[in-house]
Design a binder for this molecule. Structure first.
Ligand SMILES: Cc1cc2nc3c(=O)[nH]c(=O)nc-3n(C[C@H](O)[C@H](O)[C@H](O)COP(=O)(O)OP(=O)(O)OC[C@H]3O[C@@H](n4cnc5c(N)ncnc54)[C@H](O)[C@@H]3O)c2cc1C
Ligand code: SF4
Length: 338
């Protein structure tokens, strides 16, 4: 029996007070990831601070025309929120591609951001894993690495970030609002998650005593030409082998701006600004999309069981960009674009 303390916070200040001076404490929201990790003894918090009743469950319009999404908004409430469906459909699609309806009803957006990798060795405490036990080694590099990274990996860790929501947030260039002992700070989405380098035990740049309070979306939502394409082993209830979120702005068939991000391939949602820039000003056609996809994959590296993901990622990017360009986000048309 592993014992731990449990407290429920009713406001942000109380959550901060409960966290102060407790280095082994963790916040818990929906519990859909943390409780599993505790049952498997991967995480052993000395104290759980339940933040699920904090008044951070609203979706509000910002003065700049964007949205502020409280960290406790449930994944399903966000996916079906009328403003998200209308203005940020790529986010809605990505959320609905994740987990199951029951899990989405429970999962919070803060918890989704901070969910941990699904690398099988991370969950198996009988095996070495640098992310779980720093310096113990990486069992996946020479092991079963079918689901692992092809981009941005290191000699210490080849895990991937499992979130669907985060791939859409990368394209939307969200900002993460955080409260800590020294007050509030805002982190650009691109700087929130980390690559593993030689410190894979750290998934992100949040300090352990900081609470995510909100996600802010800017005005631009790419609501006309977007897509979220998720390739997985089963049609539902499976993590991405490769996923692609796309937002395009077109002007009479030419690309004014392209943004796209990959999920399931790296330790964080993967964007390549150079590949996006080559699309700028080009006709929205398969030739341009092929060139962008090849650029993204220039540095891709496959291992024994996941090399197939390189070709899969290439095809997924070309298909997702083509779907977005046609304005058919759910593969409704097989028509070739000009
Ligand atoms: C069977 C299964 C299938 C799944 N499939 C998918 C999938 O296909 N795609 C996908 O994207 N996800 C999937 N998920 C993961 C699911 O989306 C996450 O478990 C969920 O989003 C986590 O949210 P939560 O509120 O339950 O977090 P919790 O489990 O409560 O917390 C997760 C982590 O976040 C921290 N935390 C939570 N809230 C805050 C906060 N406000 N500030 C600071 N730290 C915080 C906790 O300390 C903990 O470390 C799946 C999960 C399961 C169990
Ligand atoms: S890939 Fe990362 S999470 Fe998986 S075993 Fe290696 S160190 Fe652990």
């Amino acid at each position: 029996m592993i014992s731990f303390q449990y407290s429920r916070a009713s406001n942000v200040a109380e959550a901060m007070r409960l966290m102060a001076g407790s280095p082994g404490a963790k916040f818990i929201a929906g519990g859909t990831n943390l409780v599993d990790l505790m049952k498997m003894e991967v995480e052993r918090p000395t104290k759980l601070i339940d933040v699920s009743r904090l008044p951070l469950d609203k979706v509000e319009e910002t003065a700049g025309g964007g949205l502020r999404i409280g960290a406790l908004v449930r994944n399903s409430d966000l996916a079906y929120h009328p403003l998200v469906e209308r203005r940020y459909p790529v986010l809605s699609s990505a959320l609905l591609a994740g987990a199951s309806q029951q899990l989405r009803n429970m999962a919070s957006v803060g918890g989704n951001l901070l969910q941990r990798t699904r690398c099988a060795y991370f969950y198996d405490i009988a095996t070495p894993c640098n992310k779980r036990a720093a310096g113990s080694g990486c069992s996946a590099i020479g092991g079963l690495n079918r689901m692992n990274a092809i981009l941005g990996a290191s000699d210490s860790c080849i895990a991937v970030h499992p979130s669907d929501m985060c791939v859409a947030l990368a394209v939307l260039e969200a900002k993460i609002h955080v409260m800590g002992p020294r007050g509030e700070r805002v982190i650009a989405f691109a700087d929130f998650h980390r690559l593993p380098e030689d410190m894979p035990e750290r998934d992100n740049n949040l300090n352990t005593d900081e609470l995510v309070t909100a996600i802010e979306l800017p005005l631009r939502g790419f609501a006309t030409n977007y897509t979220y394409l998720k390739i997985r082993d089963r049609l539902s209830y499976a993590f991405a082998l490769v996923s692609v979120a796309v937002g395009l702005e077109l002007d009479r068939g030419r690309i004014k701006e392209a943004r796209f991000a990959l999920g399931g391939v790296a330790h964080k949602p993967w964007r390549n600004r150079q590949a996006e820039a080559v699309l700028s000003g080009r006709p929205a056609d398969a030739g341009a999309f092929r060139q962008a996809a090849d650029l993204v994959l220039l540095e891709a590296k496959g291992l024994e069981h996941n090399t197939f993901k390189i070709a899969l990622a290439r095809r997924a990017m070309i298909r997702a960009l083509s779907q977005a360009a046609r304005g058919t986000p759910q593969s409704q048309s097989n028509k070739k674009i000009a």
